[in-house]
Design a protein around this ligand. Structure first.
Ligand code: FEO
Length: 175
């Protein structure tokens, strides 16, 4: 049975994952209108993954006798300065998510809730991967700079990166 403190903290995380999904969905839609099919495909998939992170939390809260609350969400921005700005935002956002996951882990330790602590380890590992990937992409974009043909190849490369990480969402759902 979850304590009210842990339930509240998990519901806050549910909201953060849901708003991350909306945020990345807005980025995906923008990239699609810019003709960047590799970038938009990557971001649509990323948005789906964040929704899966949210669902996984809702189901866990409900299984443990709490109530996972579906949050109201603010409209995310719909215009972005550049692809580089988008991925810099993603990296910044993921660093914030990691810090929130760490706070959540801290709450479970203080509450001596070792089951939830164990459950959250999946999110701890996931954040390491997500931050590393975002950092890698930002570094690539820094190398490309203002080069339009570089951006064309980057967009094509992202199709491959998206395909190589395919199955991540399904993997997460089973865990
Ligand atoms: Fe679910 Fe990217 O954090």
């Amino acid at each position: 049975m979850l304590s009210s403190k842990v339930t509240k903290a998990l519901n806050t995380q549910i909201e953060l994952e849901a708003s991350s999904s909306q945020y990345y969905l807005a980025m995906a839609s923008w990239a699609e209108t810019e003709g960047l099919s590799g970038v938009s495909g990557f971001l649509y998939k990323h948005a789906d993954e964040e929704r899966m992170h949210m669902l996984k939390l809702i189901k866990f809260v409900n299984e443990r006798g709490g109530h996972g609350i579906v949050p109201a969400l603010k409209q995310p921005p719909h215009k972005f300065k550049s692809v580089k700005a988008v991925f810099e935002e993603i990296l910044k956002h993921e660093i914030k998510v990691t810090s929130e996951i760490n706070n959540l882990v801290d709450v479970t330790l203080k509450e001596k809730d070792y089951t939830t602590h164990n459950f959250l380890q999946w999110y701890v590992s996931e954040q390491i991967e997500e931050e590393a990937l975002a950092r890698q992409i930002v570094d690539k974009l820094k190398l490309i700079g203002e080069d339009r043909s570089g951006l064309y190849f980057f967009d094509r490369d992202l199709i491959g990166i998206t395909a190589s990480t395919e199955g991540g969402a399904e993997k997460g759902q089973k865990n």
